[in-house]
Design a protein around this ligand. Structure first.
Ligand SMILES: NC(=O)c1ccc[n+]([C@@H]2O[C@H](COP(=O)([O-])OP(=O)(O)OC[C@H]3O[C@@H](n4cnc5c(N)ncnc54)[C@H](OP(=O)(O)O)[C@@H]3O)[C@@H](O)[C@H]2O)c1
Length: 265
C-alpha cells in the first residue's frame, strides 16, 4: 500500500489493462491518478473510483500522449497539484496488424511516439522525484510480442521490444536504489473492439492465452510488489515464450507470418 499522500499514476487508465490496474490499485488502498485521451469515459472511471473509495484521492488528466509535449504536461499537472507519484504505470499503447505499407507513415509515427517516446520521457521526468521517496516502482507494459519479430505487426513488436530492453537496462541501473522496475508482458487480453476482432482472426493459438484485464492487473501488481523483473500472466504465454527459445528462428518466422497474416486480410 502507498503512503497516504502518494499516488499511483496509470497511463491509459480509461480502458482495458490500465483501467483494471487503476481499479486494483484503488482496492489496495492507493490514491490513483488516471491519464488517458480526453474522452468522457476517463472522467467516468475516475468518478466511479471516487464513489467506491471516498476516503482515497483520485484525479484524471486527459491528454494525447502521441503529442510531444504530453509527458511534460502530465508531470507539470502533478507538480501543480502537489501529487507525489510513488508508482508509475506506463501502460498506454497502441497495437495494430497488417502489411507495413497498408498504413500511412503518420500512423506508425504516432504509435512509436505513444509506445516508446512518451514512456521514456515520462519515466525520465518522474524518476528524479521517485528517488527521494522510501520505496517506489515503475511498471512498464510491454507485451508477449516483445519476445519475437512479428511479420504484419512489425512496428508494434519492435516498439514492445524497445520497452522490454529499456526496462531491463533501467532495472539493472537502479538495482541498488529504492526504485523497482517490472515489465508486464501480456498475451491476448480482450480489451477493445480491435483487439477482440484481431484475436478472433488468430483462432485457437490466441484463445489459449486469453486473460481478462482484471487477471492481468492482479498478477502484474503482485509481481511488481515482489520485485520481479517480468510479469507474464497465464500459463500458455509462458509456454509460448519457452517455445520461442527452442524453435529455430526461420520456422518461428514462418509460423508467426502465417498466424499474423490472417489478421491483416
Ligand atoms: N490487449 C492486449 O491483448 C494486449 C496484449 C499485450 C500488451 N498490451 C499492451 O497493454 C497496454 C494496454 O492495452 P489495452 O488492450 O488495455 O488497451 P486499450 O483497451 O485500447 O486501452 C488503451 C488505453 O490507452 C489510452 N490511450 C490510447 N491512445 C492514447 C493516447 N494517444 N494518449 C493517451 N492515452 C491513450 C486509451 O484511452 P481511450 O480509451 O480514450 O482510447 C485507453 O485508456 C498497451 O500498451 C498494449 O500494447 C495489450
Amino acid at each position: 500500500m502507498s503512503d497516504q499522500n502518494t499516488y499511483t499514476l496509470v497511463t491509459g487508465a480509461s480502458n482495458g489493462i490500465g483501467k483494471a490496474i487503476a481499479e486494483n490499485c484503488a482496492a489496495r488502498g492507493q490514491n490513483v491518478l488516471l491519464v488517458a485521451l480526453p474522452e468522457p469515459k476517463l472522467e467516468e472511471v475516475a468518478a466511479a473510483l471516487k464513489e467506491q473509495y471516498p476516503t482515497q484521492s483520485f484525479d484524471a488528466l486527459g491528454t494525447d500522449m502521441m503529442q510531444k509535449e504530453s509527458p511534460q504536461e502530465i508531470y507539470d499537472w502533478c507538480k501543480q497539484n502537489g501529487y507525489i507519484v510513488d508508482i508509475l504505470v506506463n501502460n498506454a499503447g497502441l497495437g495494430n496488424s497488417g502489411a507495413f505499407l497498408s498504413r500511412e507513415a503518420s500512423f506508425y509515427y504516432g504509435q512509436m511516439q505513444l509506445n516508446m517516446v512518451s514512456l521514456v520521457m515520462l519515466t525520465h521526468l518522474f524518476l528524479e522525484d521517485m528517488k527521494r521517496l522510501p520505496k517506489t516502482y515503475v511498471l512498464n507494459v510491454a507485451s508477449m510480442a516483445s519476445f519475437y519479430d512479428i511479420p504484419y505487426k512489425g512496428i508494434y513488436s519492435a516498439s514492445k521490444r524497445f520497452v522490454h530492453s529499456f526496462s531491463r537496462s533501467l532495472r539493472k541501473e537502479l538495482e541498488a536504489t529504492n526504485i523497482g522496475v517490472t515489465i508486464l508482458c501480456p498475451a491476448a487480453v480482450l480489451t477493445n473492439p480491435d483487439v477482440i476482432q484481431r484475436d478472433k482472426e488468430m483462432g485457437k493459438a490466441s484463445k489459449m492465452t486469453q486473460q481478462t484485464p482484471e487477471e492481468v492487473a492482479e498478477y502484474a501488481l503482485a509481481r511488481m510488489y515482489q520485485g520481479k523483473a517480468i510479469a507474464i500472466p497465464g500459463f500458455m504465454p509462458k509456454v509460448y515464450k519457452a517455445l520461442g527459445r527452442i524453435i529455430p528462428y526461420s520456422i518461428q518466422m514462418r509460423m508467426l507470418a502465417n498466424a499474423f497474416i490472417k489478421q491483416s486480410k
